[in-house]
Design a binder for this molecule. Structure first.
Ligand code: HEM
Length: 492
């Protein structure tokens, strides 16, 4: 430990000296925000208020600076016009970092290990099942499944029914996504899915600690919960399920074809995928619904659009929950799409990380070169861009139609008079772009169109202010810091 601290001190001193060089306009490393607590550095400040902390660093150092967080030197690039260079740079890698993080968090073997004959590229080929024609099939089954979940819960109250909104969104989204991807058991398994969801949520609470590298043994009963979760996905259990999505079938066949992977290791890969599919979708569904219901003008505009599309498609909501909308119908809901994007803008805090493969010098402009050491991380933090008043007027405000222009999706956003290539990034970028992004948006649209078409919905605790819980900053869509009561009844 002592040796590590001495080495760390030496490295820090070198970095600080180099940072001074940089300030003097000499070639060097970016300015360093170090903190005085060994190992943790600025971890607590980042954890408390990630955006506020990064903006204060930006005011002090400019658009590029390094922060020491939990044993890692992370160089932040906050100028959106420089994003492209980071995203496309050949010596900046996403895979090694993400594979190590996934292996540690979900307990599967590290892929791309020379001893393991499976590459992550082979697994990525299956992501085509989340796009194009395949996506039509998945969207159709999700539409049916969501409604069968609502029907099963006997959800057609003629008088107001009060519920907690996050709990409601989580319950419906989790079960719908799970059966749409992993298929259904031959007999009713609502109770088992409830247990699975409860375990999943307990595991999810510890997710940020696992990602931060805290050994699972230090996290109470998390290891046992993870083992129980993994057991849901053994070959024997998956073999019994009907109507599994093609993406899961393809992954299952692929893992089973590699005999070196033990059954529980393949099952851990399935758990990782389930986390990817619901970990962000649940809070995204919550925020999209919350903002709409909280803003009467937005609610009315989106409701009108949904009604219009339903009428044109000859569909009517009712207690039998039998609405069928095509992907084209969903795509045509531009106002709803904008409202969802607006909630992404406000609540997405994902960090796009790349690791330097070698010592590397990034040339942003002729006069701006930045040195990184092998193993250092470079990060984009798009939430700062999402809240930039030069790009988005009154960025703190929820404007449901911010992404609509002349009845079409608005894609032109500017900073300093220059058009931005990157202006909204809830789904990562380049090699780390989320393969489930189209499915996610369709799923959120399905949820909102069925709920808003079927029910009158109101927030009960109108004065309550619901904020963002910062504990997942850097990892995706933030959860609310508390739940909120709402009520609904069927349209009469
Ligand atoms: C609103 C919902 C979602 C958001 C905001 C989101 C966001 C993201 C982001 C930011 C990443 C990159 C992670 C990183 O940089 O470390 C990612 C990766 C991923 N997402 Fe999503 N995601 C969502 C929904 C989904 C869904 C529904 C699926 C699948 C059905 C999915 C599957 C994946 C997978 C498999 C990866 C890892 C890809 C790889 O191998 O590199 N996501 N997602």
């Amino acid at each position: 430990m002592k040796v590590t601290h001495t080495m760390q001190k030496r490295e820090t001193e070198t970095r600080q000296a180099q940072a001074l060089d940089f300030l003097n306009n000499r070639l060097g490393e970016p300015p360093l925000e170090q903190g005085w607590i060994p190992f943790f550095g600025k971890a607590f400040e980042f954890h408390r208020d990630s955006s506020g902390f990064l903006v204060s660093c930006q005011q002090k150092w400019g658009d590029i600076f390094t922060v020491y967080i939990a044993g890692k030197y992370i160089t932040f690039v906050l100028n959106p016009f420089l994003y492209q260079l980071v995203v496309q740079h050949k010596q900046l890698d996403f895979k090694a970092f993400s594979l190590a993080m996934s292996a540690r968090t979900f307990g599967h073997p590290y892929l791309n290990d020379p001893k393991v004959p499976v590459s992550s590229e082979e697994i990525q080929k299956h992501y085509s099942c989340l796009m194009g024609e395949e996506l039509h099939i998945l969207v159709e089954s999700t539409m049916k499944n969501l409604q069968s979940v609502l029907k099963q819960e006997q959800m057609w109250p003629t008088d107001w029914k009060v519920e907690s909104m996050l709990d409601f969104c989580c319950r419906i989204t989790f079960e719908t996504t799970y059966i749409s991807l992993y298929g259904m058991a031959p007999k009713n398994e609502h109770k088992q899915i409830t247990e699975l969801r409860e375990k999943f949520l307990k595991f999810d609470k510890k997710f940020p600690y696992l990602v931060a590298g805290i050994p699972i043994e230090f996290l109470g009963n998390t290891k046992m919960i993870r083992k129980e979760l993994i057991n849901y996905f053994t070959s024997r259990n998956l073999d019994q399920r009907l109507n599994m999505a093609n993406i899961i079938k393809a992954r299952k066949n692929f893992f089973e074809g590699h005999s070196y992977l033990q059954d529980h290791q393949s099952a851990a890969h399935h758990l990782a995928f389930l986390w990817a599919a619901v970990g962000n979708t649940v809070p995204a569904v919550f925020w999209a619904l919350y903002y709409l219901v909280k803003n009467p003008e937005a609610h009315a505009a989106v409701h009108d659009e949904i009604e219009h599309v339903l009428q044109a498609a000859g569909q009517r909501p009712g207690p039998d929950f039998n609405i069928s909308l095509s992907r084209e119908d969903l795509d045509s809901m531009v106002t709803l799409g904008s409202a969802i994007k607006e909630s992404f803008r406000l609540c997405s805090f994902s960090m796009n990380i790349r690791a330097a493969q070698e010592d590397v010098t990034l040339t942003f402009k002729e006069e701006q070169r930045v040195k990184l050491r092998k193993g250092d991380w470079i990060a984009l933090y798009p939430h700062i861009l999402h809240m930039d008043p030069e790009v988005y007027e009154n960025p703190e405000e929820y404007k449901y139609n911010r992404f609509v222009e002349n009845g079409m999706e608005k894609t032109a956003f500017y900073k300093g008079g220059r058009k931005l290539r990157y202006y909204l990034m809830p789904f990562g970028s380049g090699s780390s772009l989320c393969p489930g992004r189209h499915f996610a948006v369709n799923e959120i649209k399905i949820f909102l169109s069925i709920i808003l078409a079927s029910f009158d919905v109101e927030i009960v605790e109108r004065e309550k202010s619901v904020g963002l819980a910062n504990n997942r900053a850097g990892l995706g869509i933030l959860f609310p810091d508390s739940d909120v009561q709402f009520r609904y009844k069927c349209h009469q």
